[in-house]
Design a protein around this ligand. Sequence first.
Ligand code: GRF
Length: 216
Amino acid sequence: MAKLKVGVLISGRGSNMAALIRAAAAPDYPAEIACVVSNVADAGGVTIARDAGIATAVIPHRNFSDREPFDRAVSAELENHGVGLIALAGFMRIQSPWFPTHWSGRMINIHPSLLPAFPGLRVQQQALDAGVRISGCTVHFVTPELDAGPIIAQAAVPVLAGDTADTLAGRILRQEHRLYPQVVRWFAEGRIRLDSGKVEMAGIPQGATLLFSAEP
Ligand code: GRF
């Protein structure tokens, strides 16, 4: 069967993108990374993608007067590559409503908290300030409201005494690298879809959409 073509949008170091590239290197993985688009020219992830032989495009948002023309340029690039799923991976641009509407049900994001707790930025510091004992990451469909789309899967980790935003971020990131390739696999296998604003799943074992790691 033809593999699902995935477009990854990044703005920075691209470790989640790299995890997707690694997963997609397995012959039986049902998706391929068709292109990586960055709005930041010197994003570390662009070099990683190029070195892996993946098509990359840099589309600086500063070249556009408004959000929607930028979004349409990014979208056109993805469509040129026949992308069937967009995976946002540290893409630091607020999108115009047009983008998630156009790609509704075909765009996912990974966020380093157990949403709906702690959307937005400085997420780990928010978690530490709130004193939560557990945090993690969330993969969700993207909707026009920031970090608020229907949740597909989560991975949980403990918050440990002495954690800083950095140590907590590192613990969560290790789980992000497990969770994101798993969700992309399910999507490519046709096991997950968005239906009238709700996530419909088929053939995913009960409990598989929550990972837990007690690793320090
Ligand atoms: C990750 O923590 C991701 O959850 C968030 O931005 C960060 C991106 O890191 N959306 P990387 O570029 O994938 O390393």
